[in-house]
Design a protein around this ligand. Structure first.
Ligand code: PD2
Ligand code: ZN
Length: 303
């Protein structure tokens, strides 16, 4: 992360409370976002430069979400208490067992804000093993989306190896695509292809959002096909001896990978707002290895 703001530093008002952020610092925040820095690292630097933590957090999360209009004056700050409007988006199960066409899935944990569900028994041990074996010959270093150009790039924030399957590519993928679509209550065709990810020791995916930053120029290309991403399902294909948890740092939630379980989260409402509380990451694997399958669902049919 670049922190070379030495020349502009003297002009910066050191604040204890909330105030406007000088444009040089706003530019610095945006540059570091497009470079792929984590929100935490940017916030930490702002705090080191005596910005109020809450102010810095709100500003950085908003700009990550693409809201570059916020200069966060004192008046603006009153809006922050409202922020993302929670609607009845995504899936909400009241029953403890959900029946899909071929499998009964357990609901293990639910959170409303942000909308998160932990499922158990989503996929069998045999299916997990088959997915892993099918993916092995075609795993490649994973990429991230660069905010300005929208191009896929290798990035130190994401050190997994992955591959995508086409929708309904094989009978196994077809069965899982259908089950996942039933659980997520969105059409199979709204899904991006099932992605398999493999993390070796030290492999991680630093905290990020799965949605495309609504105002970043690099998002345009991605939003043009199928619209915004609305929800994610991460299926755990093996048990990890140590590390490899999926974390939601904004709400201090850590999901331990357990074969057959899956974590669901939804983040886009009908106003096209995206929920910054769904910031999430994959912790470094400390012992063993980690395989997951990820399904990203779009607003519309994805092609
Ligand atoms: O591997 C994970 O736990 C993880 C964490 C964050 C996967 C993803 N995001 C993803 O595939 O989007
Ligand atoms: Zn993710």
């Amino acid at each position: 992360m670049s922190t070379s703001l030495e020349e502009s530093k003297p002009q910066i008002t050191k604040v204890q409370g909330l105030t406007d952020m000088p444009v040089e610092w706003l530019r610095w925040v945006d540059e570091n976002i497009s470079r792929g820095c984590t929100p935490e690292s940017i916030i930490d630097t702002l705090v080191l430069n005596e910005y109020n933590k809450e102010y810095a957090t709100q500003l950085v999360l908003r700009r990550f979400a693409g809201d570059t209009s916020v200069e966060l004056s004192m008046q603006d700050h009153s809006d922050l208490s409202q922020g993302y409007i929670y609607e009845e988006i995504g899936v909400k199960y009241t029953e403890h067992v959900v029946k899909t066409h071929d499998r009964e899935v357990n609901v293990l944990l639910t959170i409303d804000q942000p909308r998160i569900i932990l499922f158990g028994n989503v996929i069998s041990k045999e299916e997990c093993e088959q997915l892993i074996e099918l993916s092995k010959p075609k795993l490649h270093r994973s990429t991230t989306v660069e905010n300005v150009s929208g191009k896929a790039e290798h990035h130190k924030n994401r050190t997994s190896y992955g591959t995508f399957f086409q929708i309904n590519e094989t009978p196994l993928i077809e069965r899982i695509d259908r089950r996942v679509s039933e659980l997520m209550q969105l059409p199979v065709l709204n899904g991006e292809g099932l992605q398999i990810l493999h993390y070796q020791i030290g492999g991680e995916y630093k905290p990020h959002f799965d949605y495309f930053s609504p105002k970043a120029t690099g998002s345009r290309l991605h939003l043009a096909h199928g619209g915004q991403r609305v929800a994610t399902l991460i299926l755990y294909l093996n048990n990890v001896e140590e590390g490899g948890e999926t974390i939601f740092p904004e709400i201090n939630l850590k999901i331990i990978p357990a074969q057959g379980n899956a974590v669901y989260f939804a983040y886009t409402n009908s106003k096209n707002q995206v929920d910054p509380l769904t910031l999430h990451g994959g912790c470094p694997v400390l012992k063993g290895e980690k395989y997951i399958a990820t399904k990203w669902m779009r607003q519309n049919e994805y092609r």
